[in-house]
Write a protein that binds this ligand. Structure first.
Ligand SMILES: Nc1ncnc2c1ncn2[C@@H]1O[C@H](COP(=O)(O)OP(=O)(O)OP(=O)(O)O)[C@@H](O)[C@H]1O
Length: 277
């Protein structure tokens, strides 16, 4: 994909350069919350190494702590014990090296598409307004919304809104992209297009991606690795390396077979714990 930019000058070109994706290390991480005055453990002794540029999907039943782990990596919350490192540096707070994208569009309805994507670039004090506009236009192009640059958010479909949200998360050029069920609310066809485009964008922009989903086929379609969580307390029960060639099509029969194996493993772990999905 080539950006259709009007002669990007040096600062914009530098901003669009591919940054090295981060390695993530999660070391002995546990998280407790308090409810009704009682402590309960949501994540218990999570240990995980995610390689630079790896696409890792977290799957598991509701409440097993997937979003909590994503929030900890984002630095939006802190572990009760243990440490998370990005490229060897402990995470204490949110940073522009890690961007989060949610299921809800979380877009600003009073801004158009360009304004929303430019908003993500407010974190870049070295750019002036014209430069932010050029960078934002590149990411709008990358997610296929060039024709909608000046559209209002309410004029867009759910899938297009998620494309805007993706562009906004990508625009600060993070090393890590954290995605919390970003396609959960979309219809099947819209999701299929996004699976294809997200794989292309990931290959092109070389991000480390941690992606939370309930949908095992989606995880197998996107992930290099699928980590199966089980609840009470949240633990990584099993992991699956996915060696299927890319670009993957969610309707591919080999992908269905791998998904069935993981679904069976999930059921087995839940049965063993006496949990109904
Ligand atoms: N800030 C908080 N305070 C208290 N409890 C919380 C807080 N955040 C999450 N929890 C609880 O922690 C548990 C795990 O929640 P989390 O959202 O991480 O699970 P999940 O696996 O992402 O679930 P889902 O797939 O439904 O989104 C839940 O019981 C939830 O109610």
């Amino acid at each position: 994909m080539q950006a259709n930019l009007s002669t990007p000058h040096a600062k914009v070109a530098a901003e669009l350069k591919i940054v090295p994706p981060s390695k993530l290390v999660i070391e002995k991480v546990s998280k407790e919350f308090t409810r009704d005055g009682k402590k309960f453990t949501v994540l218990d002794d999570i240990n995980l190494h995610i390689e630079e540029g790896e696409f890792v999907c977290l799957v598991g039943p509701s409440g097993c702590g997937k979003s909590t782990l994503l929030n900890l990596i984002a630095g939006l919350d802190s572990p009760t014990s243990g440490v998370i490192y990005t490229n060897g540096n402990p995470v204490y707070a949110p940073g522009r090296d890690r961007m989060m994208m949610f299921q809800e569009h979380a877009l600003f309805p009073w801004l158009d598409v360009l304004g929303n994507v430019m908003f993500g670039l407010k974190l870049k004090p070295n750019l002036n307004d014209a430069e932010r506009r050029e960078v934002a236009k590149y990411y709008i192009y990358l997610v296929g919304l060039e024709r909608f640059t000046h559209s209002a958010i309410h004029e867009l479909s759910g899938g297009m809104r998620q494309r805007v949200a993706l562009a906004r998360s990508l625009a600060p050029n993070p090393n890590v992209l954290l995605m919390d069920e970003p396609f959960g609310a979309l219809d099947a066809l819209t999701r299929e297009n996004l699976y294809r485009d997200l794989q292309k964008i990931w290959q092109q922009r070389k991000k480390t991606i941690v992606f939370v989903t309930h949908n095992i086929r989606e995880a197998v379609c996107l992930g290099d690795r699928v980590l199966l969580f089980s609840p009470n307390p949240g633990k990584i029960q099993e992991e699956f390396k996915i060696d299927l060639p890319r670009l993957r099509d969610i309707n591919n029969s080999n992908l269905s077979e791998v998904s069935s194996v993981i679904t069976a493993a999930l059921k087995q772990h839940l049965d063993a714990k006496g949990v109904a999905e």
